[in-house]
Structure formats: C-alpha cells, structure tokens
Write a protein that binds this ligand. Structure first.
Ligand code: ATR
Length: 299
C-alpha cells in the first residue's frame, strides 16, 4: 500500500458511528495491542477502532469511568493498572477475581465487567503453539508477581496438574501465592527460592517450565532467570512469557539441553483474541493478529 492509499483506507474506516476500544497503561507506547486489534477488527469489517492511552496512576478511575461516558465497547488494561482498575468495576469474572488482576473490561450497557484473558492466553498458547493439550503433571513457574499470578491460576485450573513449583527471587512472595492458590486448587503448590540448587532439584522431574519473571526482556536480553549449569533436560518444555526478543537466553539454554522452547508472543495474541471475542461476540483471525509480530524461530 502507498502512504496515500494507507491514509485513505484509515479515513474510510473511521465514521461518526465508529466505537472505540483502547488499552490503558503507563507507559503504553510500546504496546502491540493497537496494531494487533486494529488488524483483526479491519479483517472482520467491524465499525470499531482501537487506540492506546497513557494513563497516570492517579487518573485510573477517570479512565475506567470514560468507558461508560464515551460508550466504549471495552478496554484492555496493562501494567501498572491491572489491579488498580478493580474498585471501579461492577463485576469480576471468576478468574479475574482469583488472580486479583484485570486485563480486559467489558461494557455491557453501562455495567463494567472485569476479565483476565491472560489466563486463557497462556493455556491457548501452550495448547496451540507448544502442542500441550494436556499439561504435564509437574509444572515449574518462575516468578510470583502479576504475570506469575495469572500463569499460576491457569496452570492450577487444569485437573491433570498435580504439582506446581513456584520459584521466586523473593521466596516469601512465592509462599504467599502458593498459600492463596492452595485455597481452591487440588494441585499441590510448593514455594522455592530462585537458586541454582532449588532449580536443579525442582526441575529434574518437571515437564513444563514457564518463565513469568521479566528477566531476559529487552534491553536486558543477555540475562536468564536460570543460571548456567542448572540442568534443563530434553523432556522439559520451556515457555517464556517474554516475547521481546523472540528468542530469549532462557530459550537458547533450553534448546541447547535438547528441549523445546517458545516465547510469549502467542500468549499475547491469544489473550487479545479472547478480549476481542468478549467485546464483539466474534472470533478474530489468529493469523491476522500474529502477522503484526516478527515470527519466532521454531523450537
Ligand atoms: P513487578 O513490579 O510486577 O514485581 P518486576 O519487578 O519486573 O515486576 O518483577 C516481576 C517478577 O520478576 C518478580 O517475580 C520478580 O522477583 P521478586 O518478586 O523477587 O521481585 C522477578 N524478577 C525481576 N527481576 C529479577 C531478577 N533480576 N532476578 C530474579 N527475578 C527477578
């Protein structure tokens, strides 16, 4: 497309009837969601557009109230507002309430419902991308903050998972997350420090390792949450929720040990696809949504 036909097609998409979707975050300029959602909305021919708003923490309530005032179809919420939006909502889905974080707001005739589609996103990515329709019985998760809470809830919701090992630099946070999730899941949760010895022991019989820390993310892509010399094994599938860079140091370590490893791009796509379904009642094209990412090499 030429720049002129680009601007023409943009102008043709926005009308007096066009309703707005948005993501709020702080900062938010780096977000892939506008490109991904607008591509999917355009492919479906829907009279909706999606923008990003940088919202300061003290303005979160005003931003959520704007969903009703502006009759927006809904909103995505990203770091650092996923918990802060909750007091301004009318209802929470079960998973949003148990995770304690909302990444998708649905406007149902002025009633605001909070969802957490990160939970769907990680399970869909494990199923579709990593080929894990059934999860292994022992799963190791690195991290214990916001992202790890969603991942842990998702893994614990699967009846085939018997043991979940949480590893965190600050072990008290892993202990408190393990206690909280143990209140409702049949899986046994263990909390460990993120140390070479604990990892060596805890990964030996695990079938799936999920990195839910921010370690290894651009611009610190030389870092890995797993120290060299900790035995990753060929039977261990590694899912790194970091997607920039698309091949993280942890993924390289896992592949060098003979295992399969995937980055978090597809989790982002699937959480966005689920949000799209919540807002529109329609299924978006996953292929169109994926096309905004540089494809990660196969694991
Ligand atoms: P948040 O503000 O949500 O806590 P964060 O500081 O990026 O975000 O941390 C996210 C996760 O990555 C946490 O589990 C954090 O461990 P702590 O709970 O001990 O802070 C983990 N994390 C961040 N940097 C780390 C590092 N250099 N080594 C190990 N874990 C790290």
């Amino acid at each position: 497309m030429t720049p002129a036909s680009d601007s023409l097609s943009f102008a043709n998409r926005i009308h007096g009837t066009t309703r707005v979707l948005a993501v709020i975050g702080h900062p938010v300029a780096h977000s892939f969601s506008p490109a991904m959602q607008n591509a999917a909305l355009a492919a479906r021919g829907l009279d909706l557009c999606y923008v990003a708003f940088d919202v300061n923490p003290e303005a979160v309530g005003d931003a959520v109230r704007a969903v009703c005032a502006l009759k927006m179809s809904g909103m995505n919420v990203t770091v650092p507002h996923k918990e802060a939006v909750i007091p301004f909502l009318d209802e929470l889905s079960e998973e949003a309430s148990r995770v304690g974080a909302v990444n998708t707001i649905q406007n149902v005739d002025g009633r605001l419902i909070g969802h957490n589609t990160d939970v769907y996103g990680i399970l869909a990515a494990l199923r579709e991308t990593a080929g894990l329709a059934t999860l292994p019985s022992t799963v190791a998760i690195l991290g214990a903050s916001g992202a790890a809470r969603g991942v842990t809830y998702a893994v614990c919701s699967r009846p085939e998972v018997a043991t979940v090992r949480l590893f965190n630099r600050t072990p008290e946070k892993a202990e408190s997350l393990a206690r909280e999730m143990s209140a409702w899941t049949a899986a046994t949760l263990e909390a460990h420090p993120l140390t070479p010895d604990a990892l060596r022991e805890g990964l030996a019989d695990a079938g799936l390792l999920i990195n839910a820390t921010s370690v290894g993310m651009h611009p610190y892509s030389d870092a890995s949450p797993v120290p060299d010399g900790v035995g990753l094994h060929p039977g261990l599938v590694t899912y790194d929720i970091v997607f920039n860079p698309p091949v993280t140091r942890l993924m390289r370590q896992a592949r060098a040990a003979g295992g399969r490893a995937y980055c978090g791009a597809d989790m982002l796509v699937h959480q966005g696809a689920r949000a799209f379904e919540i807002w529109t009642g329609l299924t978006p094209s996953i292929e169109v949504m994926k096309s905004v990412f540089t494809p990660a090499p196969e694991g």
